[in-house]
Design a protein around this ligand. Sequence first.
Ligand code: TNX
Length: 540
Amino acid sequence: MKPSHLILAATIVGMASCTTREVVEADYNVVPLPMNVEKAAEGAFRFSPSTCLVAADSAQRANARLFADYVETLTGFRPTVCDKAPRKDYIRLTASNKDTKADGYAITVATDSIVIDGADAAGTFYGLQTLRKAIRGGKGDDVLYPAATIGDAPRFAYRGGELDCARHFFPVDSVKTFIDMLAMHNINKFHWHLTDDQGWRIEIKSRPRLTEVGSQRGQTVIKETMFTDSLKYDGIPHGGYYTQEQVRDVVDYAAKRHISVIPEIDLPGHMVAALASYPELGCTGGPYEVRKKWGVSEDLLCVGNDSVYAFLDDVLDEVAGIFPSEYVHIGGDEAPHVRWKKCPKCQAKAHALGLRDDAKGTVEQKLQNHIMKYAADRLAAKGRRVIGWDELIDNGFDTTAVIMSWRGPQDGGQDGTKTGYKVVKVPNTHLYFDYSYAEGDSIGAPYWRKIPLDVVYGYEPVPADYTPEQAANVLGVQGNVWTEFITTFRDVQYMSLPRMAALSELQWSAAPKDYDGFIVRLKDLLPLYEAEGYNYRPLD
Ligand code: TNX
């Protein structure tokens, strides 16, 4: 406990013996930084085991139960949930706030009660997250919330975190813990990378071989040999997949935490696990095997083959049936066209579609756009909007797709804001949490670039030279955890935390950048990581 904290000894009478409980003052300087905190000159609310959480409807009762879990983890006491407010000593959860935008909230801390009024149930949840993160004491302590009014709302509507469960498979419990980590940081989109060359991780009932064959790889390249001329493999089979029942459970778990799960089915590249399962989907017919090494494969779905479109119908229809999300991610990245150029079926398709090389792109780029558009139309018929990587722009996709800008303007990818696309910023220069933090770190991708915490924090999603129209096209910001070189969930946590804290500030807070202030607030978040059992990289 810190000396700066106000510590009062209090005695709770009413038991045969007297128990002394300490009370520790809460601090609203949390991560992400709330927009506006006005502390009253005096007074405070004492949150103790006798306080009840007033929740009048099922959405607020769900919020209250989660908050009770958080409080119990930190203080050891579990507040009760009640329907009606007692005369005093309660925290009331409501969602009738018309003065703030979606996910926003106001908190009024008085001496006898706290009222959290969200714009919606998610807003109330973020208010509760602020109260949770303000707690400074430990087990056995009461919490003293200084009288204040807090007004808060996010900078961006889309606040994402991605986990690659294709390169390495993580069981459902780990995925749920990742979702808890997102929730702690006010993140509301979980981008779930479910398919790739090295593994197909989602059960598709009409295509059983995708998981029978595609979810297993024989072995994996040894990291230290990956960028050498003599690749060596570990001899250890790796596999796993999520049943549709498990996926529904994850979607439900996330929804309770106000997180929408966006599945990614990456096409037409990153499909070798599917080709191994159904070789007729490739240009050469194979044989293919689930890929054992990392990097980009030249084997794509064959755009000239009718069975590929039937395959997409089957997969996307089942995916849309399981995921209620507004968005479905269809990938579109890293698809070299060497096979398509030589494939008679692909070239016949191009001819039938009347495609030609011109200033807008090559025949093969237009073929790629054709298949992406096919997938998008299939999903649009079910009321879904697609997200795709920024290669979508190069290949001529229209502005109905949301662009995930990963290569950033620096590396040659267009970000799309100028040309009217809605964009989520995920630059691999700043927000790729698979890249190591620093020279000499053994965990993570040994790519040339290192991404320390201050680089994450220093990223600005809306550069100063953007026009107002461009700024309005930035839907949000995301951090990605690719797992080629991350093999355990402990390491996923280490790579994500505390970078996710810096990410959450970019996503949520519009306040001017203040790295030193962020570090001070982050130091108070680390005990929460510890209380929840999260692994994280200690601060330098
Ligand atoms: C690029 S991000 C990829 C991923 C890799 C990642 C590694 C993107 C669209 N493609 O397939 O996992 O780099 O950092």
